[in-house]
Design a protein around this ligand. Structure first.
Ligand code: ATP
Length: 365
């Protein structure tokens, strides 16, 4: 096991544009780090730089405190798990898992190899499939074989490049839990690239959010969710996304297209003197007023608005509420959308209410 330190890493491809732009992260021994961000943000490039598949243009990469910029991938003792599994089709599951140990030519005895392969197979529940070929396995089983190969190598760290993106939703969920369990059991330093919100929020000790090659924030999933460092992180983390409701602040009153909201001193201070202020409101911070008692209603602000569309999800319900704004606000929203790398910031709120709420499209609630 090992720590991994990224110091001011830069990657420029031939076009000179920095795909990774001055990224520094200290990954502790045994830590599970997720790299997340929209397509093209540089997360795969960063992972490939760590494993040695991509040259480092500037900066230093340290593994276990030692600078490894010039070391070949095989000298770095890292195990990479790809989404394509990269299994050998002509070899059995047993031989696929044993492969990295056989490559070391004589470092392991036959008995040692057998013991390690069987141990990994037990951990991964692959024992009964050891004699099969990859073609006769399900996607999830193939993924586990790929994990088995990483385990027997006793690598200093595991690097995962979107390992679950070829699996269907149910299997993804199972494998996600499996990877979390294995990482805890083995306590191996892991770096995991994904664009999947759920994987990012459930697997990582810390999540690094990237945008256009730049690190936006690195923090625990909870901190990212509750204290996003900027608008991009606020909008990127969470599904459905955080709502941004525009308005103006005067004293402790925030006037929005949907009505006035009383805001605490801290928010009033932050918004004072600004022309247009955006309030970040998560969908779950809304409730269906018709289902609340007097005491709860008095703690919040009640809006009446038309539900333009509603999605019933079984355990909850999302209602879409549109509102009108003037051109000046819309221009601000367009500029912010650009800053956030989003297509647009809609003049719409997504409201999460209880599945039992009778919110229907066209209703006023
Ligand atoms: P995705 O989720 O789509 O895989 P990503 O966040 O992993 O995206 P990268 O694949 O790291 O992004 O790419 C980052 C940027 O570098 C992109 O703009 C991409 O076009 C560019 N890029 C990646 N590989 C190369 C290459 N071999 N040559 C030139 N540019 C590249």
């Amino acid at each position: 096991m090992s720590s991994i330190t990224l110091q001011h890493l830069v990657k420029k491809y031939d076009d000179g544009f920095p795909a990774v732009n001055d990224i520094s992260i200290d990954i502790e021994d045994g830590e599970f780090i997720i790299l997340v961000g929209p397509s093209g943000c540089g997360k795969s490039t960063l992972l490939r730089m760590i494993v040695g598949l991509e040259d480092i243009t500037e900066g230093d990469l340290l593994i276990g405190g030692e600078r490894v910029n010039e070391k070949a991938p095989r000298e770095r003792n890292l195990a990479m798990v790809f989404q394509s599994y990269a299994l050998y089709p002509h070899l059995t599951v047993y031989e696929n898992i044993a492969f990295p140990m056989r490559l070391t030519k004589g470092q392991f005895t036959k008995e040692q190899i057998d013991e390690k392969v069987r141990h990994a197979a037990t951990m991964l529940e692959l024992t009964e499939h050891l004699e099969r070929k990859p073609a006769n396995l399900s996607g999830g089983q193939r993924q586990r074989v790929a994990m088995g190969r990483a385990i027997v190598r006793e690598a200093d760290a595991f690097l995962f490049d979107e390992p679950l993106s070829n699996l269907d939703a149910k299997l993804r969920g199972q494998m996600r839990a499996e990877i979390a369990r294995l990482q805890r059991e083995l306590n191996t330093t892991s770096v995991y690239v994904t664009h999947d919100q759920t994987e990012a929020m459930t697997l990582g000790d810390r999540v690094a959010v990237l945008k256009k090659g730049l690190l936006q924030q690195i923090a625990s999933p909870r901190e990212l969710y509750e204290q996003p460092a900027n608008l991009f992180v606020a909008g990127f983390i969470g599904s459905p996304s955080m709502n941004f409701l525009p308005g103006t602040v005067e004293g402790n009153i925030f006037s929005t297209p949907l009505g006035k909201i009383e805001i605490p001193d801290r928010a009033a201070k932050a918004g004072a003197g600004r022309e247009i202020v955006l309030a970040g409101i998560r969908p779950e911070f809304f409730d269906d007023a018709s289902q609340l008692g007097e005491a709860q209603l008095s703690k919040g602000t009640t809006f009446t608005a038309e539900i333009s569309h509603s999605e019933w999800m079984g355990n909850e319900q999302y209602a879409y509420v549109s509102y009108e704004t003037d051109e000046r606000v819309q221009e601000t929203l367009r500029n912010l959308a650009e800053e956030m790398d989003a297509d647009e910031l809609r003049t719409q709120l997504v409201v999460e209410v209880d599945a039992t709420s009778r919110f229907r499209s066209g209703d006023t609630a």
